[in-house]
Design a binder for this molecule. Sequence first.
Ligand code: TXA
Ligand code: MG
Length: 316
Amino acid sequence: MPVLPASEEAISQAARALLRGEIVAFPTETVYGLGANARDANAVTKVFAAKDRPRFNPLIVHVPDIAAAETYAAFDETARKLAKAFWPGPLSLVLPKRPASGIADLVTAGLDTIALRVPNHATAQALLKASQLPVAAPSANRSGRISPTTAEHVAAELGDLPAMILDGGPCARGLESTVVRVTGETPVLLRLGAVARHEVEAVLGHPIALADEDAPIASPGQLERHYAPNTPLRLDATEVEPDEALLAFGPSAPQGALTTINLSAAADLAEAATKLFASLRVLDKSGASRIAVMSIPDRGIGEAINDRLRRAAKAR
Ligand code: TXA
Ligand code: MG
């Protein structure tokens, strides 16, 4: 499992591995993905096995541009508007799958929809172009755990299961893509993510509702138990116990924790998003009996940060 700096040579090696049916981890602007040729059911099986991911949870297919995306899914006017506004970038669109798309059924968990995304990352783009493949890629972590935002995180999660880990440095956004379903009259927000809800609404020109998680198969991956460190989380902390680690936010953090990481002393939500998962990993290993988390404003990208924190806190 070589971790290789994402040089041109390493990228073409990774493309060849994908073409041979192997799985490869690569950076995107959101989190690291574990990629497989989306047309190759056998390769996609390796992704589910490496992650220990339930088969009912479909994968996002990564493509280089809108034109490629349109070969796999039907875009209506709304979908095209969103794609034009946010691609390349951290938005995934769930759309009606074209019957002759050639995408393995396992990728879409047998649904008649497909999730598509055009990543905004030079390495991801180069890999898609070099392989000429649609690349099915979930986050490169074990199912239920924190998504990786560095190549080292991937190695810690998956060891030598990927044929290769392309190292493109830390991910700029740090939160997974926002997932929007556009299959009927009204678009639905299936997962909060790196594109804030108000940004999607600004393009749509109207509010967008978050899917009810209890609704059947709204977003199969939005399982409650997700993004989970091993250490329990305590949310909305205003003070800390000496045996706690502190995940702080803003200029006035309480003193006295075992270890403290401030997501953003300047109270910048984008900075906090970028640092969230890596910070949880560090605090998880600090030996603290609990991770106290200060409250984070629920506006803009803060809404997605709070979504991930709530899931992490619910895990045990
Ligand atoms: O930022 C990201 O989206 C990263 C990078 C690697 O691109 N990928 C990622 O994939 O987060 P994953 O597998 O961890 O999350 C994909 C989400 C899951 O919640 C899954 O249920 C949902 O997308 N999804 C995929 N296909 C779907 C479909 N056809 N209908 C509804 N939800 C779908
Ligand atoms: Mg994931």
